[in-house]
Design a protein around this ligand. Structure first.
Ligand code: PMV
Length: 329
């Protein structure tokens, strides 16, 4: 049997990606910069079995919904094209964090799937090509191939061969703490592909978003390489709020926040006024991700935990790249 297991970690974008220049190839309209997380992971096993008549997917211990299986099966078709295999696969994937609630589960899911699905039949792609493949599953998955601080290039090639991620700095380059503040464990209502299309087609700010992206990427790259926390935090919040200005100004509007999301944003601003270095970012869901130097994490947690609607806070830091587990390659 051709079988492999891979682990990949979700990532949080400091400079956001929102909008596609090609939906079929999943080519981003802007570049992005992220940090891969240490303590959250998706573990995916792919087994190509002879005699199977369709792909099957078990997600977090239960059979996946039809559309989830279709998405994975479509992705496996790309791998079958690359490897020349015609066998169908049984896929089992599990997360140690809530799925589909704006915690980038698709990033770690497709990064681990890309790695396990190519290695199972013995195909060893370069990290560029693996990142390109993962991108076909989910834009942010291209970044989860790498650990630490990662930049995703929007690329210019029509075939997407240069729309790949690359490492900027290793996980241990800068000791930072993420506080992931969970405000609901429910799945979000509008997925990012539909949300992006809505913003591209209807937000009056979409072109400005595209035009201002290179400057944000340059500033963030510099902030990281100089370990300038204030500069990093300011650009991160700005990029996040700009992305949400797009979703809010779409028709119909997309409001990904709940009451608790907003209460946390205020609390973080308040902490900063008191001299605590902490900044937030929010993706296509209601959770808030706060970034701080490790020595402030207890104080920030103590302030945010009692807020009404805060379910729990996951503490983590920059983490490792996607990798095969269970054998000694
Ligand atoms: O990976 P996708 O295609 O679901 O897009 C994710 C987009 C955001 O998480 C909202 C921003 C980002 O850059 O991660």
């Amino acid at each position: 049997m051709l079988k492999k297991t891979a682990i990949a970690h979700p990532n949080i974008a400091l400079v956001k990606y929102w909008g596609k220049r090609d939906e079929r190839l999943n080519l981003p309209a802007v570049g992005s910069i992220s940090i891969t997380l240490a303590d959250l992971w998706t573990e995916t096993t792919v087994a190509y079995e002879e005699g199977r008549t369709a792909d099957t997917l078990i997600l977090n211990g239960a059979p996946a919904r039809a559309e989830q299986t279709r998405r994975v099966s479509g992705f496996l078709d790309l791998v079958r094209d690359l490897t020349g295999t015609s066998r169908f696969a049984h896929v089992e994937s599990r997360n140690n964090f809530p799925t589909g609630a704006g915690l980038a589960s698709s990033a770690s899911a497709f990064a681990s799937l890309a790695l396990a699905a190519t290695r199972a039949p013995g195909l060893k792609l370069t990290s560029d090509r693996l990142s390109e493949l993962a991108r076909r599953g989910s834009g942010s998955a291209a970044r989860s191939i790498f650990g630490g601080f990662v930049e995703m290039k929007m690329g210019t090639q029509p075939d997407g061969s240069d729309a790949v991620a690359m490492p900027l700095a290793e996980a241990d380059f800068w000791d930072l703490t993420w506080l992931i503040i969970i405000t609901t464990e429910q799945e979000k209502s509008t997925g990012s592909t539909d949300g992006m299309r809505q913003s591209e087609q209807t937000s009056p700010y979409y072109q400005q978003w595209i035009d201002t992206s290179p400057g944000d990427l340059d500033d963030m790259r510099t902030a990281i390489l100089q370990r300038d926390f204030t500069r990093m935090g300011e650009i991160m919040e700005h990029s996040c709020l700009k992305m949400h200005a797009l979703t809010l100004s779409s028709r119909p509007p997309l409001l990904y926040w709940n009451e608790t999301t907003v209460a946390i944003m205020h609390a973080i601003q308040h902490l900063r006024r008191e001299g605590v270095p902490v900044y937030y970012t929010i993706d296509a869901g209601p959770q808030v991700k706060a970034l701080c130097p490790p020595e402030y994490a207890d104080q920030i947690t103590a302030k945010l935990e009692p807020l009404t609607g805060v379910k729990r806070i996951i503490r983590t830091k920059p983490g490792p790249p996607a990798r095969i587990v269970g054998d000694t390659e």
